[in-house]
Design a binder for this molecule. Structure first.
Ligand code: MG
Length: 454
């Protein structure tokens, strides 16, 4: 058996809906998962046109393998993760996150609500391709239930974890852009429960995503930026299609980078808890380490992937974690990137600090990043990385971190050369105390790759 995955990516399976990801495919894959779980499985989905079709197929597969199924309706991925951790043995979320409308995907969860580990992905693939899922006899076929309440419980628990009175008193004017995704069912209600004045954009669920592309990057959030400025709002908030990521726009209409949001919340979490363990990936900013040092925190860096961060947070009993793309993880709430807790926490910070968001961001450590990619055939990647590591070790004093690709730590910054798991490319990121130095470091990293690839 090969240990290379045949279907799964880093978190579930994502394909074009009804082309590769057909009902038959989804149903058989769900039956394979159900064969391993043999318990009660929660199923939820985002707002895509293919979601209901795939949810019925997944449900049928699970029931046929003897699992009971609880339908949670349309809700964010972290809403399903929350429900599974509290009540169920497993979960399946039907979503393609930030991808365009023709895509969909299946995210499978373990009993803690964390995406299942690689070994289980491979075992599901083995059942799918080389064996058969368990198809139980007629008297063992599962039962189908509904739970329409868990979504409110999920929002209410996030509200209970912040100082609602302080947020209410601050009288914040908030604009939220749900991108017609799953956040439509949580974000506006959450912000209203926190006592803010809410203006909604794209908050009608629609699988055609008519207002904007579901990926919350700056070019897709121009309307939100415009409305924040026009209304003199305190903050703009945007989610991706399955509402696990959150992006902020400050009161001037400036896009706030994900690692700034991460650092801002990290600082607050460490202050409130007198320190704690922070988990992130090797590709996030040095600012995370600087803040941790100042506020009695300890940072653990994993390879890139939100699942790895979530699992490490659980194993290490960590306080807080995340990635540079606006995915923040609050492990005492959900073991995964969560948007409701992120929004509640950011509004609480703005309210309690009594400062505009732009000022709070300006107080954080400043670093400059440079990101690029370069093509390299998959079968040359190992050789390129080993050669670069060898060259650095034998010819320089720079420190190396080989957690994920090759990260070279210099006095005034770092560069990481990381192979993509899905494409024949290397990603090369660097960070330093000036933009020029960051750009130079990226060029240097690219030079190293070019030197060793054929
Ligand atoms: Mg997402």
């Amino acid at each position: 058996m090969s240990d290379k995955k045949r279907l799964f990516g880093t978190f579930g399976v994502r394909r074009t809906a009804n082309d590769v990801l057909t009902p038959e495919f989804a149903s058989r894959l769900a039956a394979c998962y159900g064969t391993l779980v043999k318990g009660t499985v929660a199923v939820g989905g985002d707002t895509r046109t293919s979601t209901l079709m795939l949810k019925q197929a997944v449900t049928a597969g699970l029931l046929s393998s003897g699992c009971d199924v609880v339908d949670l309706g349309i809700l964010p991925t972290p809403g399903v993760q929350y429900a599974v951790r509290k009540y169920y043995d497993g979960g399946v979320m039907i979503t393609a996150s930030h991808n365009p409308p023709q895509y969909n995907g299946l995210k499978f969860l373990d009993e803690d609500g964390i995406g299942i580990p690689d070994e289980m992905d491979i075992e599901i693939e083995r059942l799918y391709f080389d064996a058969e899922p368990d198809r139980v006899e007629f008297h063992e076929i599962g039962q189908l239930y509904q739970n329409n309440e868990v979504i409110d419980e999920y929002v209410d628990e996030a509200v209970s974890k912040v100082d609602v009175d302080a947020i209410r008193e601050a009288n914040l004017k908030v604009v939220v852009d749900c991108g017609s995704g799953a956040g439509c069912f949580t974000a506006p209600y959450l912000i209203r429960k926190l006592g803010c004045d809410v203006t909604t954009l794209n908050s009608q669920p629609d699988g055609f995503f008519p207002g904007r592309n579901p990926e919350p990057i700056e070019e897709n959030l121009q309307e939100l930026i415009h409305v924040v400025k026009e209304l003199n709002a305190d903050i703009g908030l945007a989610h991706d299609g399955d509402a696990d990521r959150t992006i902020c726009i400050d009161e001037n209409g400036s896009f706030v980078l994900g690692d700034k949001t991460f650092t801002l919340v990290e600082k607050q979490m460490l202050k409130e808890n007198n320190g704690g363990t922070i988990v992130t990936t090797v590709a996030t900013s040095q600012a995370i380490y600087d803040v941790a040092e100042e506020y009695n925190g300890e940072v653990i860096a994993t390879a890139v992937g939100d699942l790895l961060v979530a699992r490490k947070l659980k194993d290490e009993n960590g306080l807080f974690g995340g990635e540079e793309n606006g995915g923040l993880i609050f492990p005492d709430f959900v073991y995964g990137r969560d948007a409701v807790m992120t929004v509640a926490k950011i509004l609480e910070i703005v309210a309690k600090e009594k400062k505009p968001l732009s000022e709070l961001v300006a107080e954080l450590p400043v670093y400059y990043a440079s990101k690029t990619k370069i093509e390299c055939p998959d079968d040359e990647k190992e050789f390129v990385m080993a050669s670069i590591a060898e060259e650095i070790q034998t010819t320089t004093d720079f420190k190396l971190d080989l957690t994920d690709g090759v990260k070279i730590l210099k006095e005034d910054g770092w560069v990481i050369i990381r192979p993509s798991g899905t494409e024949p490319i290397f990603r090369c990121f660097s960070e330093s105390d000036s933009q020029q130095k960051a750009d130079e470091m990226t060029e240097w990293g690219l030079g190293l790759i070019k030197k060793y690839k054929k």
